[in-house]
Write a protein that binds this ligand. Structure first.
Ligand SMILES: [Ca+2]
Ligand SMILES: [Ca+2]
Length: 84
């Protein structure tokens, strides 16, 4: 593991995040695309507007290739949920 976001995470925590990631990755191609992201977000928070979901997707998609890879997901997860 070389990415900086994983430095403070234990292997168990990364495993748990990996499970979340796999859950989002509906077609199991190893990446989360906008369609999968929208589907999941609409289930998790039905009141979220599609345009907001797209904005969120673009924020997470750091390199702008149209997919959220695991590193990007991890960075997002780290940023949003690590406050607990
Ligand atoms: Ca996918
Ligand atoms: Ca990306």
């Amino acid at each position: 593991m070389t990415q900086s976001t994983s430095n403070s995470l234990s292997p168990e925590q990364i495993d748990a995040i990996r499970k979340d990631y796999d859950f989002f990755d509906l077609d199991k191609d190893g990446q989360i695309n906008l369609k999968e992201f929208v589907e999941l977000l609409t289930i998790l928070s039905p009141k979220t507007k599609a345009s907001h979901v797209e904005e969120g997707f673009n924020l997470i998609d750091n390199n702008g290739d149209g997919f959220i890879d695991f590193d990007e997901f991890l960075a997002w997860w780290h940023e949003c949920w690590w406050e607990y």
